[in-house]
Design a protein around this ligand. Structure first.
Ligand code: IVH
Length: 710
């Protein structure tokens, strides 16, 4: 008679040898199913069959504790993500929200909507108001009802693939209930309840591990664990509140969409309320502010969203935030503490920022020991002195601020603060203040080691070149040792491999990792490249606008150099903006870019050392052309449009936003480059010029048809 296979023998009948073989088989088999489930999202066996395998493994281990394997499935939950976290490009960008701090801000928000949509005074604006959860947003992608991808927000365009971890978040359905669209991306907030946070920190204290500062940090840390088993232990939760890509229309109203989310099996914040007017939404805000302390999750405000989805669509977005929603933040939390010393920080563009070094104090659950003092005038105006007791405020993510001095507590002999006129760097270069500027700036430009350091740090940072492992500390050390001074040097670091290997605490592997991380970034999209240069006032949104306008790095550089030449020839006229050369005019025609910013950009190109650094950098990296987000095959995609005259059905801003969403570029004046002029009522010279140049013109009705609104 053949002996029964070990896998068919009941646990209590297993011999020791059989048990060992059985544990080895189960470890392999469970790991295989974990991989299929967590990484491939394609399980081969039912949940019940999988559970049976795990139960058998546990039972054998209980009977033979000495046989527990190092790779036992009981020691972990789920599988590790394939490679740290892979990048995920969001099919539809994940937006952020603009903030309102006062009733007036909210009223302005409603007034903007009214204007943009050309609403009549008695048209009601319904808003859905819901608590603003202080967690981190995530996107869940379902295909044919099954969860196939979960990602963090990242920079809004590209996040991290944390599917395996999100599967362990309670409230995240693995399958949608009822009839679901073929493709559905649900977005919402991952958070940790206050009670779970307190319990987690109690445990960490016992285990002598560092404590988390607040539930949000802890939710974020827990979701971004490489081992999903750890995420599974942390009790994360999820409130759904938005959608990304969807293969069918979301419906007519946001309120109804929330219902649909509930039917699919998501948790929607039960406090969400449909408000008939902005005034009713403000009442909701007051109510929630009163309940805030008793909720089991942290909130930092209330979000208002326009209920009608056709209006949401028309309102669109500006610079990554929708026009149809706003976050009404709660007032910041405050505390008193002693300001020990004022120190000066030098930013990457040489700005001297005074920093208050404080006796540590807890503000809104976070320990604060430094706060910004903004600039020289701020200190003088508030008469802030070393030794003073000050009121410190923290508002959400904003850097803590010193609000005011408690004069009654001022120590005797406290001296007025004298703002330094030299840069604190070893070169002690002069720090000057241009007329009309609030900031004092170091004149050392790239020679000032502080600036060099800050520029490099910005260059390698997450939203710029994103070089993993090249953080603050390494940059400082490499710079001190003369290994890097300019951005291009980062890409030449491999030439110093021998020196890197000599460094204390560095082995083959760590050097190889760093050099590989640098190599991985030799290609970069144009917008990130522009941002990485660290030009004053050019943040991510402006960099994107420039990239979108010029498309390729060559076109951008050429235009900027030309603008610089024009400005050199005619500096005063340029300032007055009366005589403007084509490229300077062109740049200002990217409408959201103001004069000040345009001047900064041109100034950057006027400095020879910047041009040298740029050229060296371009010898090391490849800049990818800007790829416009898929605008579909609209008839005006890629065309340049000018609007003139009064439009009656949609305001000028809406028309512009709509044209841009359809892939067109909107210009403010008619030239040979214009493809189409939309002529509203009472149009003047632009319509005439279009006619002269033989450019196609259409009336408002034709435009509405083109824009798909009729
Ligand atoms: S709506 C376009 N609703 O707040 C829709 N966001 O400050 C964008 N947040 O990134 C988000 N609670 O992480 C929305 N009820 C809520 C929210 C909420 C929290 C977060 C979200 C967003 C951030 C913006």
């Amino acid at each position: 008679m053949r002996r029964a296979r070990a896998q068919d023998v009941a646990v209590e009948d297993l011999a020791r040898e059989q048990a060992a073989a059985e544990l080895a088989r189960l470890a392999k088999e469970i790991a295989h199913h974990d991989r299929l489930y967590y990484q491939k999202s394609a399980p081969e066996i039912s949940d019940a069959a999988y559970d049976a395998l795990r139960r058998r493994n546990d039972a054998i281990e209980q009977r033979f504790p000495a046989l527990v394997r190092a790779d036992s499935p009981s020691k972990r939950v789920g599988a590790k993500p394939e490679s740290g976290f892979a990048e995920v490009r969001h099919a539809v960008p994940m937006l952020s929200l603009n903030n309102a701090f006062t009733r007036q801000d909210v009223e302005d928000f409603a007034a903007r909507i009214r204007r943009f949509l050309s609403l009549k005074d008695d048209d009601a604006i319904e808003l859905v108001a819901e608590p603003k959860i202080d967690g981190l947003s995530a996107s869940l992608r379902y295909e044919d009802g099954a969860l196939v991808l979960g990602a963090t927000r990242g920079d809004g365009s590209v996040g991290e693939n944390v599917t395996a971890n999100l599967r362990h978040v309670r409230d995240v359905p693995h399958r949608l209930a009822g009839r679901a669209p073929g493709v559905l991306e649900v977005r919402g907030e991952v958070y940790m309840a206050r009670s779970d946070f307190a319990a987690l920190n109690r445990q960490r204290e016992k285990d002598e591990l560092p404590l988390y500062a607040n539930p949000r940090n802890s939710a974020s840390g827990s979701l971004r664990q490489i081992d999903p088993g750890i995420t599974a232990e942390r009790k994360l939760r999820f409130f759904a509140y938005a959608w990304g890509e969807m293969s069918e229309p979301p419906g007519d109203s946001y309120w109804h969409f929330l219902d649909r989310l509930r039917h699919w099996g998501f948790r929607v914040n039960p406090k969400a309320r449909l408000c008939k007017s902005p005034a009713a939404a403000l009442d909701f805000y007051a109510e929630i502010a009163g309940e805030r302390a008793s909720l089991d999750y942290d909130i930092d405000g209330v979000v208002y969203k326009v209920n009608r989805l056709d209006w949401q669509q028309r309102l669109g977005m500006v610079s990554r935030a929708p026009r149809w929603a706003i976050a009404h933040k709660f007032p910041a939390e405050q505390a008193q503490t002693v300001l020990d010393k004022i120190t000066i920080q030098v930013g990457r563009t040489g700005t001297l920022t005074p920093v208050a070094n404080l006796a540590p104090v807890t503000v809104g659950g976070v320990v604060v020991s430094r706060a910004t003092l903004h600039n020289e005038d701020y200190i003088a105006e508030k008469d802030i002195r070393e030794g003073d007791t000050v009121v410190v405020q923290r508002a959400g993510d904003v850097i803590p601020q010193v609000l005011e001095v408690v004069k009654a507590k001022r120590p005797r002999g406290a001296k007025e603060y004298a703002f330094p006129t030299k840069c604190p760097c070893p070169l002690e270069t002069d720090a000057v203040r241009e007329p009309g500027e609030a900031a004092r700036r170091c004149t050392g430009a790239l020679a000032c080691p502080f600036q060099q350091f800050e520029r490099l740090r910005h260059f390698a940072s997450r939203d710029a070149f994103d070089i993993e492992g090249l953080g603050h500390t390494h940059i400082e050390k490499f710079r001190e040792e003369g290994l890097v001074a300019t951005p291009a040097d980062v890409f030449r670091l491999h030439r110093h491999k021998a020196k890197l290997l000599e460094r204390e605490g560095w082995g083959e592997q760590s050097v190889a990792n760093l050099l590989a991380a640098i190599e991985a970034r030799r290609r970069i999209p144009l917008d990130k490249f522009i941002y990485a240069l660290g030009i004053r006032q050019v943040g991510q949104a402006t960099a994107r606008l420039l990239a979108k306008h010029y498309r390729s790095v060559d076109a951008w550089l050429e235009a900027m150099k030309k603008a610089q030449e024009e400005r050199k020839e005619n500096p005063d006229e340029m300032k007055k903006a009366e005589i403007v050369g084509p490229s300077y005019a062109e740049r200002r025609s990217i409408e959201q870019i103001g004069f000040g910013v345009a001047d900064e950009i041109v100034e950057f190109f006027g400095e020879q050392h910047n041009l040298d650094a740029l050229e060296a950098l371009l010898g090391e990296v490849t800049v990818e052309d800007f790829v416009a987000p898929a605008a579909g095959k609209s008839p005006i995609s890629g065309k340049t449009i000018v609007f003139t005259g009064t439009l009656t059905a949609m305001g000028r801003n809406e028309a512009k936003a709509r044209a841009e969403a359809l892939g067109a570029t909107v210009a403010s004046s008619v030239s040979k480059k214009t493809d189409l002029v939309v002529v509203g009522a009472d149009a003047g010279s632009k319509a005439k010029k279009a006619e002269e140049l033989g450019i196609e013109t259409i009336d408002e009705d034709a435009w509405l048809k083109l824009a798909g609104s009729q």
